[in-house]
Design a protein around this ligand. Structure first.
Ligand SMILES: Cc1cc2nc3c(=O)[nH]c(=O)nc-3n(C[C@H](O)[C@H](O)[C@H](O)COP(=O)(O)OP(=O)(O)OC[C@H]3O[C@@H](n4cnc5c(N)ncnc54)[C@H](O)[C@@H]3O)c2cc1C
Length: 396
């Protein structure tokens, strides 16, 4: 069979490798707009559980990747200089470019044809094949050229974020809240190489407006963010890789395939970066589609139907949980974090956030509305936070 895969991100490359490795008779061609050494962003986090899921595609690949990763088991939440340590998790992070290089090497070794600096303007460009896979990310040209057929829905969220790097090592995945007169900013930061970390900064619209960020250039916004988080950054500059402040875009598709075209990864459904699961979900889509072809052989329609039937309920369940986390963060956590009068002082606030984080990890809330109705959260967060094994004060 002839497969055309548009996009050499994690989903496209992993799928290409799995297809070719399991059936060397397949011709698998990947088309990528960028050069092999160019990508967006810095490092990505994968939870221990995510690595287990990815190993279902190829345990060898995950073992190979693990050697390139940073690992830790705690999560830190810092509010007004106080840090709460939430333990009991397992996380790993890898440089996005290293991940792509490893997957590119695996593809080349397996015999996949990799075509870089080849941009598809739409599905019609590369449709001369048995299967055309849109693995071309959130701004997918393959999907957008057939939006009606896929039933694509796009929602712009209100918060702004930007993805930076910093030459600094952090002990754990950390959420740092920073108060300003106009509202709160939050940074998600973690190391992905011994001396390099990802630093994603996020802010709600009202605070963005009050801080005057709408009228700034991207360079001015970076400088502003550096000053705001100077203590956290240890005075180091933020590194930009086309790090543009923007609103996050939720993409959904009612239909996952059309004619001989199928969508995977962010082209199919985006996952908010604060949740840190987009890469995992994208690579799991690749596993699910590969499995569908393993089961159905050359029956493209049957393979597509199996892929959607098997994967959609899992994706929907995960998506619901992700929506709840994001909604919770947007509606309460970031805007509410400054208002100590609501519950009782900064320490209580920090404990509350930590308890919620621990709680979110271990529960599945019934639906998105439940996230807006805060009653599903622990009633007495301080009490709920007590089992946390360690709390320490970092500053005055
Ligand atoms: C700020 C931020 C932080 C994140 N942090 C994490 C994290 O910690 N953990 C995590 O798991 N995920 C994280 N993610 C999400 C993750 O980056 C994505 O979910 C993941 O990369 C999706 O993989 P993909 O292969 O579907 O698409 P992508 O990685 O977007 O790859 C798509 C590829 O297609 C190429 N392409 C696009 N259009 C065309 C075209 N027309 N023709 C040819 N090629 C094309 C692109 O150049 C790109 O290489 C984060 C995302 C953001 C924005």
């Amino acid at each position: 069979m002839l497969f055309h895969i548009v996009g050499a991100g994690p989903s496209g490359l992993y799928l290409a490798y799995l297809l070719k490795r399991s059936n060397p008779a397949h011709v698998v061609r990947v088309f990528e707009q960028n050069r092999p050494d160019v990508t967006f962003g810095f490092g990505v986090v994968l939870s221990g559980r995510a690595l287990q899921f990815l190993a279902e595609g190829s345990a060898d690949v995950v073992e190979r990747l693990k050697g390139k990763m940073q690992h830790w088991s705690n999560q830190h939440i810092v509010h007004r200089g106080q840090c709460v340590v939430v333990d009991g998790s397992s996380y790993s992070a890898i440089e996005r470019l290293t991940l792509l290089h490893e997957l590119q090497n695996l593809c080349s070794e397996a015999g996949v044809e990799l075509n870089f600096e080849h941009r598809a303007s739409g599905a019609a460009d590369l449709a001369e094949c048995d299967v055309l896979i849109g693995a071309d990310g959130a701004n997918s040209a393959i999907r957008d050229s057939q939006m009606g057929a896929f039933g694509t829905r796009v929602t712009d969220f209100r918060n702004y974020f930007a993805w930076f790097g910093v030459e600094r090592s952090f002990d754990a995945h950390t959420l740092t809240f920073k108060a300003t007169d106009g509202g709160a900013f939050v940074a998600h930061h973690y190391r992905y190489k011994p001396a390099m970390s990802t630093f994603v900064a996020e802010v709600d619209t009202e605070t963005w407006d009050r801080a005057g960020m709408a009228g700034m250039t991207d360079d001015e916004r970076r400088t502003f963010t550096e000053r705001l988080f100077a203590e956290t950054l240890g005075g180091r500059p933020l590194i930009s890789n086309r790090s543009i402040w923007r609103r996050w875009r939720l993409i959904n598709n009612d239909h996952w395939h059309f004619k001989n075209i199928v969508l995977i990864g962010d082209a199919l459904r985006t996952a908010h970066p604060s949740i840190g699961s987009g890469t995992r979900l994208a690579m799991e889509d690749a596993i699910a589609l590969w499995r569908a072809f393993e089961a159905e052989g050359p029956g493209v329609a049957a393979a597509f139907a199996r892929y959607e039937r098997m994967r959609k309920p899992v994706r929907n369940k995960l998506n619901r949980s992700l929506d709840i986390c994001v909604s919770h963060s947007y509606h309460w956590m970031i805007p509410g974090v400054l208002d100590d009068s609501r519950r009782g002082g900064p320490h209580d606030q920090t404990a509350r956030i930590a308890s919620e984080t621990a709680w979110r990890r271990s529960h599945r809330a019934p639906d998105l509305e439940a996230a807006r109705d805060r009653s599903f959260l622990p009633r007495h967060p301080w009490t709920a936070a007590r089992p946390l094994h360690q709390r320490k004060r970092l500053g005055p």
